[in-house]
Design a protein around this ligand. Structure first.
Ligand SMILES: NC(=O)c1ccc[n+]([C@@H]2O[C@H](COP(=O)([O-])OP(=O)(O)OC[C@H]3O[C@@H](n4cnc5c(N)ncnc54)[C@H](O)[C@@H]3O)[C@@H](O)[C@H]2O)c1
Length: 451
């Protein structure tokens, strides 16, 4: 594909004039993609390992201030795969800027604490490096505009790493939606319902449980994620629930999120956990956690669907992303793998198990890549995220989840915080595409590369 066409498709018609970047132009013609990793904690190393398994990727450099665990473990992993030692950038939190100065890196994978994602992605595009950015919610809405503006001004595309869009059952349901099984879609649900108490607190030595420490005394996500629960009250992790349903109703590609309202329950779970596991005298028993245990957000769309998102990470509960996809003919629900389609389900008003439907509508991508995806993280879906990123760069093809998706999904967090603070007030959601949503066409999972 011609370079100009690539940029036009990536940025979509009407984007600010793209500045051709010689680094990407050169790299995109290469059979290999040369990568840097910013943040090689637990998640960064998942991506690192998937990349080390590919012969179309070279791992050039890693940036992480944690030399004891993150850098050390990454180099061990690199050695295990017989690859050349990566150059290290570990002199503090800003050393990633030196990694970005290199002229032998095409793209970077950013897997850092949430507050770093957008500043690092902006620095990457300004340095001509294509960023793939892990998921979270933004700190404020302005950040979302800042990354959209930076991508439009530089012409360097951004890839959003929302892996749940590639979950096998979710992709089968996307197929059902596209083939009209549920009729016209009306209502969707999704969320992050995951008991994270052993992630938010640990003993400072291991990632899961064993103590009630967080912040400086915590390990991995307990070091930084828990602080967001101390200071913020809103949907702090919207993309796993929203990304997949946004694809089903073509958000930013023929449809738009327009407004939301969020409410939160009282905050009880984290304090209770500290007292139950660490005792009432533990210093963390005095911490006043702001995050409501269950935050519920209702979203409206330009095409008339409604979406409910839930964020539920502080209570004992089985894991569930709470998906529900409902149209004029029937609906699917993630919980208990249930489906009902009028005129097709054997008994009126009675749920069926979705097993047969999942087989019938299994997505072509999963059929094609099943063997390669086997063993990859999160039931195989992590393979598809890396595959889509690398193959799109090699082919100069537009990313299936781009900066407009990142900005829209990330923005849910600060907007929901505002709504909760105002007792559930209705808040507008900006159109980060600046009107281009009307002409942009869906591309997610519509070709064999896994766009
Ligand atoms: N998509 C998924 O399924 C999934 C799963 C887990 C985590 N995540 C996301 O991945 C991201 C990372 O999470 P994690 O579990 O790996 O956390 P982690 O704490 O294990 O790793 C984060 C790493 O970033 C490093 N870091 C901190 N500041 C940095 C800076 N300025 N420059 C470079 N490195 C820096 C830390 O030292 C640490 O090694 C988060 O956004 C998280 O939400 C996504």
């Amino acid at each position: 594909m011609h370079r100009r066409k690539f940029l036009q498709q990536t940025m979509m018609a009407g984007a600010a004039a793209a500045v051709l970047n010689p680094t990407i132009l050169f790299a995109a013609k290469q059979p290999k993609v040369r990568l840097g990793f910013i943040g090689v904690g637990l998640r960064g190393r998942d991506h690192l390992e998937l990349c080390l398994q590919r012969d179309d990727v070279e791992v050039i450099a890693i940036a992480d201030p944690d030399t004891q665990s993150a850098i050390l473990e990454s180099q061990k992993l690199i050695a295990k795969y017989g690859r050349k030692k990566a150059t290290e950038y570990s002199e503090g939190e800003e050393d990633y800027l030196n990694l970005l100065k290199r002229d032998d890196i095409d793209a970077v994978i950013i897997s850092t604490p949430w507050e770093w994602h957008i500043p690092q992605a902006i620095a990457a595009v300004k340095a001509g490096k294509i960023p793939a950015v892990e998921v979270c919610g933004a700190t404020d809405v302005q950040e979302c505009w800042d990354i959209v503006n930076a991508v439009e001004a530089t012409g360097v595309p951004l890839f959003t790493m929302e892996n749940v869009c590639y979950r096998r059952d979710v992709m089968a349901v996307l197929n059902m939606v596209r083939q009209g099984l549920f009729g016209e879609l009306l209502h969707l649900q999704g969320g992050y319902q995951h008991d994270l108490r052993e992630v938010k607190f640990n003993d400072g030595k291991q990632p899961y449980g064993g103590g009630v420490e967080f912040g400086e005394k915590g390990f991995s996500e307990a070091k930084w994620r828990t602080n967001h629960s101390v200071h913020r009250n809103g949907d702090l992790y919207p993309t796993h629930g929203l990304g997949p349903v946004a694809m089903m109703i073509d958000v930013n590609r023929g449809n738009l999120l327009t407004a939301l309202s969020s409410v939160a329950t009282k905050a009880r779970g984290l304090h209770k956990y500290v007292v139950d596991k660490g005792g009432a005298d533990h210093p963390n028993a005095t911490v006043d956690f702001k995050l409501g245990d269950i935050v519920t957000t209702s979203i409206q769309t330009a095409n008339g669907e409604t979406i409910i998102l839930s964020h539920d990470t502080n209570s004992p509960r089985p894991y569930s992303l709470n998906f529900r996809v409902q149209g004029t003919n029937g609906l699917w629900m993630d919980d208990f793998n249930s489906i009902y389609v009028e005129g097709k389900s054997p008994r009126a008003h009675v749920w069926e198990k979705d097993e047969t439907y999942m087989k019938t509508y299994d997505h072509a991508l999963w059929k094609k890549y099943e063997n390669l995806a086997n063993g990859a993280g999160h039931g195989g879906m992590d393979f598809f995220v890396i595959n889509s990123f690398i193959e799109s760069i090699k082919r100069q093809a537009p990313f299936s989840m781009d900066v407009y998706d990142l900005a829209t999904w990330y923005a849910i967090t600060p907007i929901s915080e505002r709504s909760v603070a105002e007792g559930g007030s209705l808040q507008q959601i900006p159109d980060f595409t600046r009107g281009k949503w009307m002409s942009r066409k869906p591309i997610f999972a519509l070709n064999e590369l896994g766009y």
